[in-house]
Ligand binder design. Structure first.
Ligand SMILES: [Zn+2]
Length: 385
């Protein structure tokens, strides 16, 4: 082997070693620097009193009914009447703060973090830290995300403003498409779209949103700690319904289906369909060529298909709700006997953004090209001699 060829080979090896160690050192540094940066940002928000539980409604209370009165359309035979706690009255109010802690406690049972969680408290490595922040979260949360598992200090960060906007959208509902109600004390059906039923349904939907969002993020916290912390992979930045996303939804559905307390208190699964109906129509309404009256008719999601453009960091709620709905069915909590939601799902087309090409792939191709160039250079310099 010629001197030039040997030199090129040695150079190529040194280059490769440098690249690998740079990536490794970089990751280590990133993890430590990232964690302390995260702690600094969160601590500043807490010190400035920029952390609070989102506003739920005028009274800031979540209505918990001992008796579940929401019935899914077309599935009357699946009516559930479940008791949360026989020692308590038929229905009672809790604050959203209490409700969130109830969720954390129950979703974390039989995990490494059983009874180890805190809300809006300085980060601790030994617990799940949940933050509802009103300060600027752009450097720690994916753009437009409501809540996300961040990895550092096992933290889930929620943006209060985004969560409240999500609640406010539900408060605008003026009719129901999927659920009907039943008054369990008189055993009579509630009048369609009556104020009482609407108010109850809206409260249930909002309660459910926070339930499945937190349940999903807790799934990431329990299942994907090493992935986010050590490998430095950020979840929710590019959207594809990958293994991690599916696992987080499955965690939610599994925990829910196995916990009578969670099932009864959250009523989850019952109002996801109603939420999907409204989100579907909100997306349709953006298309000016579609008649507004048509949008208000029943079963529209099975009639007019929609296309959703996916952006970086923002997984549309309807997509997350459809995934959760599927996970809930897979866990055996509810069966869509009518096949209605299968048709709705088929009618939703997702358009992946070009930015969705993962960085890993770019690095892989760059390294491959570099490798080929080195080999060619080695061969070429050998021939020259
Ligand atoms: Zn996720």
């Amino acid at each position: 082997m010629t001197y030039a060829a040997r030199l090129s080979l040695v150079c190529a090896f040194i280059l490769l070693a440098c690249l690998l160690s740079y990536k490794w050192v970089g990751l280590q540094m990133n993890e430590d620097a990232g964690a302390s940066r995260f702690a600094r940002i969160v601590s500043a928000c807490l010190q400035n009193r920029q952390a609070r539980i989102p506003k739920f409604n005028n009274q800031d209370t979540v209505f918990l009914s001992n008796v579940n009165i929401i019935i899914k359309n077309g599935n009357l035979e699946q009516r559930e009447t479940s008791l949360i706690d026989k020692s308590k009255p038929e229905s009672f109010d809790v604050t959203l703060d209490e409700y969130i802690k109830f969720l954390l406690k129950n979703f974390l049972i039989k995990t490494d973090f059983e009874e180890k969680f805190q809300v809006n408290v300085f980060p601790s490595e030994s617990s799940i830290n949940v933050y509802f922040l009103t300060c600027d979260t752009t450097s720690i949360l994916p753009p437009q995300a409501k809540c996300a598992y961040v990895g550092y200090f096992n933290s889930i960060v929620c943006n209060v403003k985004s969560v409240e906007e999500m609640f406010a959208a539900v408060d605008q509902y003026d009719r129901l498409y999927d659920v009907i109600g039943m008054n369990t004390s008189s055993n009579t059906m509630m009048r369609e779209n009556s104020e009482t039923l609407l108010g109850y349904a809206k409260s249930e939907i909002k309660k459910n949103q926070i339930t499945w969002i937190l349940g999903h993020e807790l799934g990431h916290a329990i299942l994907h700690r090493d992935l986010v912390g050590k490998a430095g992979i950020q979840l929710h930045f590019s959207y594809s319904y990958n293994k991690q996303e599916r696992e987080a939804d499955e965690f939610f559905a599994e925990k829910l289906s196995r916990s009578p307390a969670l099932l009864a208190a959250t009523g989850a699964g019952n109002s996801i369909g109603e939420f999907i109906e409204h989100e579907y129509r909100a997306i349709l309404a953006q298309d000016e060529s579609i008649d507004k009256k048509l949008i208000l008719t029943r079963f529209v999601p099975t009639i007019i298909p929609i296309k959703i453009k996916l952006g970086l960091g923002a997984v549309p709620l309807i997509v997350r709700a459809l995934n959760i709905q599927r996970a809930v069915q897979t866990a055996g909590m509810w069966e869509d006997t009518s096949g209605y939601y299968k048709i709705v799902e088929d009618n939703v087309t997702l358009i992946e953004p070009l930015q969705g090409v993962p960085l890993k792939e770019i690095v892989f191709w760059a390294a491959t090209i570099l490798g080929c160039v080195s080999v060619l250079f080695t061969l070429f310099s050998r021939r020259l001699k």
